[in-house]
Design a protein around this ligand. Structure first.
Ligand code: COA
Ligand code: NAP
Length: 286
């Protein structure tokens, strides 16, 4: 559970910006969908009548999340165990999803691992671990879903990246390198797989409140009462922190018919943060 309580609760109310049945009849497979941004993407997809599969290493966590999501939305959510670094587990999870629902129209590669660490102190294995979860994991899941379903039926893939590597912030060489690889992979796959009716895009979140990612990167100093929180907000042209719903609404656009001519692109959902971001707060911890 994340510091400060359970972040992964469904919305009390959801204000539709798109038609409520926009994703009716579709099935989405979301890696890391048991918590944070992935959980909210699952919820918002389900509120648009999409059936959802959520998969990550901790089966108890994804099962508990699926129960919450079904209660709140009245939709269907299947929880599966899977490590995105392990091809055999991915292939089995994709087979299980297909045997339950017969289709996977949407893949969201959201699973990731991160922590703050200067490059000089990163062990070889620490760098490799983050590359393997984020970059290899995105390729592994994309390839498995491509081979087993999308090659013959088309579909839409959304990769959750970040903006760390756009300017190169300190303490994030591992995560920034992995996300840069995903950005490049998105463009390569969009070019190669367009012929199969598959669109591949990224959503790059900025600082998103009530997430494990923000807790790890912002640290406890970023409690609302502190100066560092005020500095962060001053660095965001939109004047506020992002919400998980902001990211989910971006993902809905990309997978919906509204995004049908959009592929190989990166939708930055960060209130303009990367344009103005100061690296001094992170730098101070070097
Ligand atoms: N700082 C520096 N190195 C770290 C670290 C930290 N905070 N946390 C882990 N590492 C290193 C470990 O020491 C190890 O290297 P070593 O073998 O040379 O000692 C390596 O990273 C792998 O760690 P391990 O704990 O074995 O990996 P894991 O596969 O069990 O877990 C993590 C992966 C480390 C990314 C873990 O934090 C995780 O599971 N994160 C998922 C949730 C998350 O990060 N959410 C935010 C998403 S933005
Ligand atoms: P989170 O709640 O920790 O989500 C990460 C999820 O990935 C977890 O549910 C975790 O579940 C799963 N996961 C980790 N390693 C895995 C593995 N090897 N195999 C399968 N699943 C794995 O963090 P979050 O903040 O919501 O982050 C979600 C995404 O948004 C990430 O891609 C992150 O880089 C991106 N992002 C977040 C922010 C932010 O402000 N939060 C900003 C920019 C980008 P298990 O532990 O059960 O495996």
């Amino acid at each position: 559970m994340a510091e400060g309580g359970d972040f992964d609760v469904c919305l009390q109310s959801y204000k539709y910006v798109y038609r409520p049945d926009l994703l009716k009849g579709k099935v989405a497979f979301i890696t890391g969908g048991g918590s944070g941004i992935g959980f909210r993407i699952a919820e918002v997809f389900m509120r648009h009548q999409c059936t959802v599969v959520i998969a990550s290493r901790n089966l108890e966590k994804v099962k508990a999340a699926a129960a919450k999501l079904e209660r709140a939305t009245g939709g269907k959510c299947l929880a599966l165990p899977m490590d995105v670094r392990k091809a055999d587990q991915i292939l089995k999870a994709v087979d299980d999803a297909l045997s339950h629902f017969n289709r996977i129209d949407i893949l969201v590669n959201n699973a990731a691992g991160n922590f703050l660490c200067p490059a000089s102190k990163l062990s070889f294995n620490a760098f490799k671990t983050v590359m393997e979860i984020d970059a290899h994991g995105t390729f592994n899941c994309s390839k498995a879903v491509f081979e087993k379903y999308m090659k013959d039926h088309g579909g839409s893939i959304v990769n959750i990246t970040a903006t760390l590597h756009h300017r190169g912030v300190p303490l994030q060489t591992h995560a920034g390198s992995a996300k840069a690889a995903i950005d490049a992979m998105t463009r390569h796959l969009a070019v190669e797989w367009g012929q199969y009716g598959i669109r591949i895009n990224c959503v790059a979140p900025g600082p998103i409140g009530e997430t494990e990612g923000m807790r790890r990167l912002g640290g406890s100093q970023l409690k609302k009462t502190t100066g560092s929180y005020d500095r962060l907000i001053r660095d965001i042209p939109a004047g506020r922190m992002g919400t998980k719903e902001d990211i989910a609404n971006g993902a809905v656009y990309l997978v919906s018919p509204a995004g049908s001519f959009v592929t190989g692109t990166n939708l930055i959902v960060d209130g303009g943060h990367w344009l103005t971001q100061s690296s001094s707060a992170m730098q101070a911890r070097l």
